[in-house]
Design a protein around this ligand. Structure first.
Ligand SMILES: Nc1nc2c(ncn2[C@@H]2O[C@H](COP(=O)(O)OP(=O)(O)O)[C@@H](O)[C@H]2O)c(=O)[nH]1
Ligand SMILES: [Mg+2]
Length: 338
């Protein structure tokens, strides 16, 4: 039996060290290793609920996640956490903080926390995060919380991969207008005003409601479809460090999930349904992997350099050069009838 088949068996049996090692394989292993692990686990993994938590640094995302874990554990749900830190290659500080904050669950077998750096990798975060979520689901975690800092486009993208995305804000840190500009308000299903024990919470809350009212009229198409008109993102107040408002948050996350399932259209073999979020996630995952594979095949030849020299020397036009490049990879330009 191959080493990785054994590793996957141990992971499914609930071996935490096997899970940790398998996560390292899909993150940093070779293409073949990653392929083997995902091929084995993909048909076997149950579907976990993916809860995205995003927001500016310091608003209390990890604290909210920590309190949410406690609430989920009280309901007998097993929880996996993926904490994505865009800055970790340089600082590591934020991750250390997350570890400390989620330390209260240390020794609890029903909680597994994993940090992930947002550096370059095959298919980017948009492929790495669903792969990690798949492994956690295969290991028997019911809920996967993905914490990302909502500052860059890739973090917004990852947040949008979740079944339910929670945008956390706090008075004085990253106002609603900024969030709207960064496009995070648009991907949020639930809005949380954390640090409601501090002054300015009421103002932030009303600011958010105004932004939502303006934004609602201009919802992008895919949101209008998958969120369904029945869902208006609620604005909730929490004091994460005192677990205040967390039950309300969990209730909102749960009703949003139920709405997605109720609106699901395509029936699947196991009698369940595929939601638009699952479809979008799969579409994105496959697309990113294919693009990454294409990119690495391009980089493996010197064809681009040769063609670039031709184009720069005006001996070849760029469109024809692009066609030739694709043809060299066995991809023909689609034939157009005239
Ligand atoms: N006063 C107050 N402080 C909070 C609350 N939630 C989190 N904090 C504090 O805010 C800081 C940043 O929290 P953290 O969860 O690491 O934020 P993150 O960077 O968004 O993950 C920490 O010092 C927390 O203790 C809250 O509800 N009220
Ligand atoms: Mg954090």
């Amino acid at each position: 039996m191959s080493r990785l088949v054994l590793l996957c068996e141990q992971l499914i049996a609930g071996d935490r060290r096997a899970l940790a090692r398998a996560l390292t394989v899909v993150e940093d292993g070779t293409d073949d290793e990653r392929r083997e692990v995902i091929t084995i686990l993909h048909p076997l993994a149950a579907r976990a609920r993916i809860i995205g938590i995003t927001g500016a640094p310091g608003v209390g995302k990890s604290s909210v996640a920590d309190a949410l874990i406690t609430a989920l554990r009280a309901r007998d749900r097993r929880v996996g956490v993926i904490a994505v830190d865009p800055s970790s290659p340089f600082t590591g500080g934020a991750l250390l903080g997350d570890r400390v904050r989620m330390q209260s669950h240390h020794g609890d077998d029903g909680v597994f926390v994993r940090s992930m750096a947002a550096r370059d990798r095959l298919g980017g975060l948009a492929a790495a995060a669903p792969a990690a979520a798949l492994l956690l689901a295969a290991a028997g975690y019911d809920d996967v919380i993905v914490e990302t800092v909502g500052v860059g486009q890739s973090e917004v993208d990852v947040a949008s991969l979740a079944d339910t995305t929670v945008l956390v804000m706090a008075p004085g840190l990253g106002d609603a207008v900024q969030a709207a500009k960064a496009g995070v308000l648009e991907v949020a299903d639930v809005l949380v005003v954390n640090k409601a024990d501090q002054s300015g919470a009421g103002m932030l809350e009303s600011e958010l409601r105004t932004m939502l009212e303006i934004g609602h009229a201009t919802l992008p198409m895919d949101r209008a479809v998958d969120a369904s008109p029945a869902w208006v993102p609620p604005v909730l107040r929490t004091v994460a460090v005192r677990s205040e408002g967390i039950d309300g948050l969990l209730a909102a996350v749960t009703s949003h999930g139920e709405l997605l399932v109720a609106a699901a259209h395509a029936a699947v073999s196991d009698g369940g349904h595929v939601t638009t979020r699952e479809l979008r996630r799969a579409r994105r995952w496959v697309g990113e992997l294919a693009l990454a594979a294409l990119r690495s095949r391009l980089e493996a030849t010197d064809r681009l350099d040769v063609l670039a020299a031709e184009v720069a020397g005006r001996r070849l036009d760029p469109l024809r050069a692009a066609d030739e490049l694709l043809a060299s990879l066995g991809l023909d330009r689609p034939h157009v009838e005239h």
